[in-house]
Ligand binder design. Structure first.
Ligand code: SF4
Length: 63
Protein backbone atom coordinates (compact mmCIF):
# COMPACT_ATOMS: atom_id res chain seq x y z
CA UNK A 1 0.00 0.00 0.00
CA UNK A 2 2.26 2.78 -1.30
CA UNK A 3 0.28 5.61 0.32
CA UNK A 4 0.03 3.80 3.65
CA UNK A 5 -2.87 1.94 5.24
CA UNK A 6 -5.75 4.12 6.41
CA UNK A 7 -7.08 3.36 9.89
CA UNK A 8 -9.84 0.78 9.85
CA UNK A 9 -8.94 -0.53 6.40
CA UNK A 10 -7.77 -4.12 5.97
CA UNK A 11 -4.20 -4.36 4.68
CA UNK A 12 -3.95 -5.72 1.14
CA UNK A 13 -1.16 -8.03 2.33
CA UNK A 14 -3.22 -9.76 5.02
CA UNK A 15 -4.19 -13.26 3.91
CA UNK A 16 -7.58 -14.87 4.52
CA UNK A 17 -5.84 -16.80 7.32
CA UNK A 18 -4.94 -13.41 8.89
CA UNK A 19 -1.23 -13.83 8.19
CA UNK A 20 1.09 -11.21 6.75
CA UNK A 21 1.97 -12.15 3.17
CA UNK A 22 5.05 -9.90 3.35
CA UNK A 23 6.52 -11.50 6.48
CA UNK A 24 10.25 -11.97 5.88
CA UNK A 25 10.05 -9.94 2.68
CA UNK A 26 12.14 -6.74 2.45
CA UNK A 27 9.07 -4.95 1.03
CA UNK A 28 7.31 -5.33 4.41
CA UNK A 29 6.91 -1.84 5.90
CA UNK A 30 9.40 -1.03 8.65
CA UNK A 31 6.61 0.03 10.98
CA UNK A 32 5.21 -3.51 10.77
CA UNK A 33 8.58 -5.09 11.51
CA UNK A 34 9.19 -2.69 14.39
CA UNK A 35 5.88 -3.49 16.09
CA UNK A 36 6.18 -5.96 18.97
CA UNK A 37 2.90 -7.57 19.92
CA UNK A 38 1.92 -6.38 23.37
CA UNK A 39 -0.92 -7.73 25.52
CA UNK A 40 -2.04 -4.14 26.23
CA UNK A 41 -2.66 -3.66 22.49
CA UNK A 42 -3.40 -7.20 21.32
CA UNK A 43 -5.08 -8.79 24.32
CA UNK A 44 -5.21 -12.59 24.39
CA UNK A 45 -6.99 -13.28 21.12
CA UNK A 46 -7.80 -11.89 17.68
CA UNK A 47 -11.19 -10.73 19.03
CA UNK A 48 -9.45 -8.87 21.88
CA UNK A 49 -7.07 -7.24 19.39
CA UNK A 50 -9.92 -6.07 17.11
CA UNK A 51 -11.78 -4.61 20.11
CA UNK A 52 -8.70 -2.92 21.63
CA UNK A 53 -7.44 -1.53 18.32
CA UNK A 54 -10.92 -0.22 17.50
CA UNK A 55 -11.00 1.56 20.83
CA UNK A 56 -7.50 3.00 20.27
CA UNK A 57 -8.47 4.21 16.79
CA UNK A 58 -11.52 5.99 18.17
CA UNK A 59 -9.63 7.42 21.15
CA UNK A 60 -6.86 8.87 18.94
CA UNK A 61 -8.98 9.91 15.94
CA UNK A 62 -8.74 13.54 14.86
CA UNK A 63 -12.48 13.55 14.01
S1 SF4 B 1 2.17 -6.71 9.08
FE1 SF4 B 1 1.97 -4.85 7.87
S2 SF4 B 1 2.20 -5.49 5.73
FE2 SF4 B 1 1.78 -7.30 6.93
S3 SF4 B 1 -0.44 -7.57 6.84
FE3 SF4 B 1 -0.02 -6.38 8.69
S4 SF4 B 1 -0.19 -4.25 8.09
FE4 SF4 B 1 0.02 -5.48 6.20
Amino acid sequence: MPAGKPAGERCLHLSVEHLCQLFGDPRRPQVCGDFDADPEVCGDSREDAIRLLGWLEQATSAA
